[in-house]
Design a protein around this ligand. Structure first.
Ligand SMILES: Cc1ncc(COP(=O)(O)O)c(C=O)c1O
Length: 385
């Protein structure tokens, strides 16, 4: 192990967007310049080109781009007429948008617990949440599994439960576009998949953006209408449903088209970094393991430590210029806006436990080995005290 880094050591970025920018700089600037020249800022040619590329990338029939990952989720629920009296089951240990979209439409999010090893929705708890919704007189309509931190959820078991209960699956792959489950890329599970291009995501743009992937022709057509105020496909001044302004900007599409070219390479680099972390940290913390048959895009590299030691670890790393983050310090069913919503019988003990134990380390495609070793050594020093 190396000597402790001095406190004046160069700070390490949590996500190195600049390193990627250096790699892509000229290509992205040229792509943006093309948009400023043709001036088709709304639904310009780059948007259509990106949608074709996204669909090909994951093998879905349709990609409908939109203004954010949150819009991607809400548009699908709107298309399916989700509203008051409906229950939408989702994990509690996730980013708020997963449940927010159901609540926004007047439906009831019902929380399920997650699996300790994968951080993703626990199929047994999903069944309990459906039963709870029915007992409360709600109509279970959908489940939103989340592929948290880039790792696909247990899609086979979730698919079986959804089919048996006649509910649809809206996969929240905001953090996991590019990952796969038993050889099938995310984007092809359930009715539809939502993803986000928020800059910190594995495939991020230079602002907000998102997309829905689906094989369902009718749903895709409805989403295209909904993202532009519910307009008629053939007459834009005839609005046939209530929608929103939910389009992806042409400039963001231009940025994403360039980033998509290097995305497979970046996914490989993230996996190499995750493997090095896993090999080096497994003896001092609980490190994430990818279950057989799945691949992750490592949106976050999240370890677990004893609850009492987490703040100490974060402080020790901070003193050495190493940032950390806690995703998520409070599960949704404990947050002010969501505590009134029901959750599976028996409580959500794993979500509660993870919220006390998780801590994420710097992770991106440009994490070079010396920098990563500095992080690894600092974690060892802090946790071996
Ligand atoms: C799991 C999850 N769902 C949904 C979203 C929402 O995406 P966006 O921020 O693009 O609206 C995010 C992103 O932060 C997320 O992490």
């Amino acid at each position: 192990m190396t000597e402790p880094a001095h406190s004046d050591a160069k700070p390490i970025p949590f996500i190195d967007v600049e390193a990627q920018r250096r790699r892509l700089g000229a290509a992205i600037d040229d792509a943006i310049a093309r948009v400023t020249e043709h001036c088709q800022f709304i639904l310009g040619p780059e948007v259509r080109a990106l949608e074709a590329e996204l669909a090909t990338f994951c093998g879905a029939r349709h990609a409908v781009s939109c203004a954010s990952g949150t819009d991607a989720l809400v548009l699908v629920l709107m298309a399916r007429g989700i509203g008051p009296g409906d229950a939408v089951i989702c994990p509690s240990f996730t980013f708020c948008a997963t449940a927010e979209v159901a609540a926004l439409l007047g439906a009831t999010p019902v929380f399920a617990d997650v699996d300790e090893a994968t951080f993703n929705i626990d199929p047994t708890s999903l069944e309990r949440a459906i039963a709870k919704a029915k007992r409360l007189g709600l109509k279970p309509k959908a489940v939103i599994p989340v592929d948290l931190f880039g790792l696909p959820a247990e899609h086979a078991a979730i698919g079986e439960i959804a089919a048996a209960e006649n509910i649809f699956i809206l996969d929240d792959a905001a953090q996991a576009f590019g990952a796969s489950y038993h050889g099938r890329p995310l984007g092809t599970f359930g009715l539809a998949t939502a993803t986000s291009f928020f800059p910190a995501k594995p495939l991020g743009c230079y602002g907000d953006g998102g997309a829905v992937l689906t094989d369902d022709d009718e749903l895709a057509a409805t989403l295209v209408s909904l993202r532009v105020h519910g307009q008629n496909a053939t007459d834009k001044y005839d609005n046939v449903r209530i929608g929103l302004t939910g389009r992806l900007d042409t400039m963001q599409a231009a940025v994403l088209l360039e980033k998509l070219k290097i995305f497979p390479d970046e996914i490989a680099a993230r996996n190499a970094a995750a493997e090095r972390y896993g090999n080096a940290l497994g003896n001092v913390a609980v490190v994430p393991r990818v279950p057989e048959g799945r691949t992750s895009v490592w949106a976050q590299y999240t370890i677990r430590v004893e609850p009492g030691r987490r703040a100490e670890l974060a402080d020790a790393l901070k003193a050495e210029g190493i940032p950390t983050a806690i995703y998520y310090p409070k599960p949704l069913h404990r947050q002010g806006a969501y505590e009134r919503f029901p959750y599976a019988d028996g409580g959500l003990p794993v979500s509660d436990q993870l919220a006390d134990e998780v801590i994420s380390l710097p992770m991106h495609a440009y994490l070079d080995e010396p920098t990563q070793d500095r992080i690894i050594d600092a974690v060892h020093r802090a946790l071996s005290r």
